[in-house]
Write a protein that binds this ligand. Structure first.
Ligand SMILES: Cc1ncc(C[n+]2csc(CCOP(=O)(O)OP(=O)(O)O)c2C)c(N)n1
Length: 328
């Protein structure tokens, strides 16, 4: 039976705010990058916000999350503190990884957010390990594992799906199919572009969902998680989405036309949801203005926190290279 999302007014505004938070956080990151306050790589999630916001709504705080290198949205939607994330972006000691991880390696143990990962597909075996550990410790949790469609070409994908099914691990596989893997269009890379079909090769059940529709994603994720918990089996969601920006900051985007991007922007997750709310008189202009103002304040506070943070002293850089005793 399909479980409906409970669309009360507060929940609708919460979904919109969560997506706007991600969009504005990243817009600020672009400014800071251009001002050379953020260095290294920067892969934006712009256009894909409905996927992480919808999926996270279906998880409890005990569930675990494994993310990609495009994980600013995944971390924010999981409820990781934007202050620690912004400080991490700037490489500061008060960042969520002491500034050692940067844009691609957010991590927050308290939120069971086990990392962004620079390696394409690298999160898949980690998700397997987390889910196995939870199962062995008899926790009834689910591990949500995000990855791009490019990761499906990696051996890790195939090994992970096989073992997840064989060991009946409670993993929600979330394939963010944004149609491009760097500059490679999905139909140029895949003999079979139906990823649900690929998952079924390992007898992992799944479905496609419109990744530009936050309510559709939340509903699919809720059903999937119910099913994972009741049937003790992994499940696969292919979220069809699109990234509006370049792969990273170094990408001239010669592989797609401006018209294509513009056409997708018009059906973007925020504009679409907001227009629907407005058309159905579910949001008042002053509510929208309040959301934008609150989010901008949050982000300004995050930037101030990050600016005030120091850098790791050189004398400390070798710390954590080898294991230290973890206080129990
Ligand atoms: C194992 C590995 N191979 C290659 C790369 C270089 N690389 C970085 S991003 C990327 C494309 C991945 O595309 P996809 O998984 O679809 O994710 P998206 O960037 O579209 O979110 C590649 C090939 C890498 N980081 N890791």
């Amino acid at each position: 039976m399909t479980k409906k999302v409970h669309l009360d007014h507060a929940h609708l505004l919460h979904l919109l705010k969560a997506m706007i938070r991600i969009r504005h956080f990243e817009a600020k990151c672009v400014e800071l990058y251009q001002a050379q306050k953020i260095l290294g790589f920067l892969h934006l999630y712009d256009g894909e916000e409905a996927v992480s916001v919808g999926v996270m709504e279906a998880l409890t705080q005990d569930d675990a999350v494994i993310a990609t290198y495009r994980e600013h949205g995944q971390a924010l939607a999981r409820g990781v503190d934007p202050k620690c994330l912004m400080a991490e972006m700037m490489g500061k000691l008060n960042g969520c990884c002491r500034g050692r991880g940067g844009s691609m390696h957010f991590f927050d143990r308290a939120r069971r957010f086990y990392g962004g990962n620079a390696i394409v597909g690298g999160g898949l075996p980690l998700a397997l390990g987390v889910a196995l550990a939870d199962k062995m410790q008899r926790r009834s949790t689910v591990t949500a594992c995000f990855f791009g469609e490019g990761a499906v070409d990696e051996g890790e994908f195939h090994e992970t799906l096989n073992l997840a099914k064989l060991w009946r691990l409670p993993i929600l596989f979330v394939c963010e199919n944004n149609l491009y893997s760097m500059g490679m269009a999905v139909e140029r890379a895949e003999a079979d572009t139906d990823f649900v079909h690929k998952a079924s090769g390992y007898r992992v059940a799944g479905e496609k969902v419109d990744g530009m529709d936050v309510v559709a994603v939340e509903s699919a994720a809720r059903n999937a998680i119910d099913r994972i918990r009741s049937e003790n089996d992994p499940y696969f969601l292919e979220c069809r989405t699109y990234r509006f920006r370049a792969h990273s900051m170094f990408d001239a985007q010669l592989y797609r036309s401006k018209d294509e991007v513009e056409a997708w922007r018009k059906k973007g997750p925020i504009v679409r949801f907001q227009t629907w709310l407005e058309a159905n008189r579910l949001i008042k202009p002053e509510e929208l203005a309040a959301i934008e103002e609150e989010v901008d304040k949050e982000i300004a506070a995050a930037v101030a926190f990050a600016e005030a943070g120091g850098l790791e002293p050189v004398s400390e850089v070798e710390r954590f290279v080898t294991m230290e005793a973890v206080p129990s």
